[in-house]
Design a protein around this ligand. Structure first.
Ligand code: A3P
Length: 305
């Protein structure tokens, strides 16, 4: 897993200079945040992370509802519907701050956008309960664009949605191809039947939060009343979470000063089907061919509106 030699830098910026530099490792395209060596060192630390039997891990490609699910799981484990004062980035694996996770009290709700092969080696052996959440790829592309266009950090994207889409369709964006990421996790489920894994969809959580919250509670082994599931669904509604985020959260990565003036931050719109406001007919057709069609062999049926 360690990097030997100097990796080839793949510069996938477009003619306007918008995009990112990558390097390849273990078959994956990784974005260079600082240097490839520093990236690999960070991943190596995550792989060696000590896990605790009562950890829960949320795995998701960016923009699939990680913050939402993290708050829900955190509330379920606390047995109440009070917001955690910390934002979810405190327990995120795969950032320069990942080492802080060691200092968190149990029970921890870890979360990550990393591929399985870059996650802690003990995940399967310790049978860590893992929740994998997906979202329809069209909305993911819109949400991801707005995130990367809204941040001030070095990995921001200053181009248009159309420019971003070209790169997204080719998987040349941070965290790589959405299709590849999802298929990799489906493979994990097959290859590691001993890993307890619950699969959720953003759109289902939106449509029937109480039912999905109960599913999560059953999966993580927490006994809850219907009333608490309803209270958590209410506290974790989009509007309430957006207000809580502004008024009481302490952030590491997603603090207000890290977003451009006037940008809504993580809690942007929270809807299913916003892609219709962004994609042209031709772009949608390309998306159907390149991405939607690729999921046909997986049995996954995404909800697009
Ligand atoms: P939009 O950009 O479409 O609004 P992540 O947490 O993985 O970064 O995902 C962020 C996306 O989830 C954003 O999508 C955000 O608005 C949405 N989201 C966050 N909390 C939500 C909630 N309580 N209900 C619905 N959507 C939510």
């Amino acid at each position: 897993m360690e990097y030997h030699g100097t990796p080839e830098i793949l510069d996938y910026r477009n003619a306007n200079g918008h995009g990112w530099s990558f390097f390849k490792n273990d078959g994956l395209l990784l974005t260079i945040v600082t240097t490839p060596e520093a990236n690999m060192e960070m991943i190596r630390k995550v792989q060696k992370l000590e896990l605790r039997n009562d950890d829960v891990l949320i795995a998701a490609y960016p923009k699939c509802g990680t913050h939402w699910l993290w708050e829900i799981v955190t509330m379920l484990r606390a047995g109440n519907s009070k917001y955690n004062k910390k934002a979810k980035d405190i327990s995120m694996l795969g950032t320069p701050k990942s080492v802080l996770v060691d200092e968190l009290p149990s029970p921890r709700v870890l979360n990550s956008h990393l591929y399985f092969r870059h996650l802690p080696e003990k995940l399967v052996e310790k049978k860590i309960k893992t929740i994998f959440i997906m979202r329809n790829p069209k909305d993911v592309s819109v949400s991801f664009y707005n995130h990367l266009n809204g941040v001030k950090m070095s990995f921001r994207f200053d181009g248009t949605y159309s420019e971003f889409l070209d790169l997204f369709l080719e998987g040349k964006v941070p965290c790589g191809s959405y299709v590849h990421y999802v298929k990799d996790w489906l493979q994990v489920k097959q290859n590691h039947p001993d890993l307890p894994m619950l699969t959720l969809f953003y759109e289902n959580l939106k449509k029937d939060p109480v039912k999905n919250i109960r599913m999560v509670a059953d999966f993580i082994g927490v006994s809850v009343t219907d009333e608490l599931c309803e209270q958590i669904a209410e506290a974790c509604s989009f509007k309430k979470m957006r207000t809580a985020d502004k008024e009481l959260k302490e952030h590491i990565l997603t603090a207000p000063e890290n977003w451009k003036e006037g940008h809504k931050g993580i809690y942007r719109k929270g809807e299913v089907g916003d892609w219709k406001n962004w994609m042209t007919v031709a772009q949608n057709e390309r998306f159907e061919d390149i991405i939607v069609g690729t999921f046909e062999d997986t049995g996954i049926v995404f909800t697009y509106d």
